[in-house]
Each structure stands twice: as C-alpha cells, then as structure tokens.
Design a protein around this ligand. Sequence first.
Ligand code: MN
Length: 202
Amino acid sequence: MFKLKDLSYDYSALEPYIDEATMRIHRDKHHQAYCDKFNVAIANYPEFQKKEPEEILKDLSRIPFEIQASVKNFGGGFVNHNFFWEILGKNKEIVPKGDLCKAIGEKFGSFEKFKEEFGTSALALFGSGWVWLVLDGENLKITETKNQESPLSLGQKPILAIDLWEHAYYLKYQNRRADYIQAFWNVINWEKAEELFTEAKK
Ligand code: MN
C-alpha cells in the first residue's frame, strides 16, 4: 500500500501565498484520494506494489490495459503531488543558485525571462493540468501535462512544477489564476530543485 509522506513543513508554512485551508484540503483530501484510488487500481497486481510509484509511471506500456487509465490518472496524481510538496517550502531563496540558475540563464536568457515564460504557460493552460520545468535529454524546457499525466511517462525528468487544477488555488484566489502563479514564486524550494537538476543530469 502506498502512503502519503509527511510534509516537511506545516500546513500554514506557505502563508500568505498558499493558505493553510487550501493545503489541508489539497493534501488530506485530493492527494489522499489519488493515493487511495491508485492503491485500489493495483490491488490485484502485486508486482506493481513492490515498485516505486515513479518507476511504474515511467513505462505505462507495461501496465495491463485494464488498469492503464487508473494508473495514469491516480498514480500520476499521487506522484505529481509528492513532487509538488517537495519543491514547495517556506522560502529561503527567491531565486535559484548554482548550476540550475546558470542553466536557466543559458536556456531562457535570464531568470526573469524564464519566470515570464513559465508564467505565461501556466496562465494559458486550458483545463486541469500542470506546467513543468523538466530536463528532456539534455534539454531544459517548460512543458505542460493534462490532468494528472506525469512527465516521467514522457521520459522527462521534472525539476519544478505548478499545480494548475482549480483545487490548488480556488479557495484563496477564485478565478484569479494569475495571482496564484505570482504567489507561487515566493514558496519554491530552490535547494530541492537544484538537487533534482543535479540528479537529472547524471
Ligand atoms: Mn492538486
């Protein structure tokens, strides 16, 4: 049985940018539901219960057809949220440092230009989904996925992500997605992103 990991910070730690009530409902209800439904989906498939969920998502073609959609949706939701909580945090640094900062500068021109491009993608995403910064081969790029599809299923390595389902922001921001995106920049755990980038390059 897969379980949610404990958050490494309080539900209120991301205030005022992401409010405590949103965090509680998002994690304890939405994320928990993905986890529960993922467990149900693979209940009769012990070979998958022994694997890391990330590994399962990396090759969806190996999943029996009858549970492929459930694994993609609920397994994806489980893993995407595990990732999201990790790259959020009470902000220490407002910008990345080190190799990731350098790579962003080289790819996008500057950190400000990267923010602009990422924000534009996040604002433009239609329906429910995510916008990511991923390493795709050697290429650092901004991508989107629909619903709970994981970049891992596309062979990409996620470095950063913003959840653009309305459940991620509607309580506090209602229809003002642009304000949520703006707030997001204040609660990124750049140390973690840097770590993921270093790992992804190996
Ligand atoms: Mn979510």
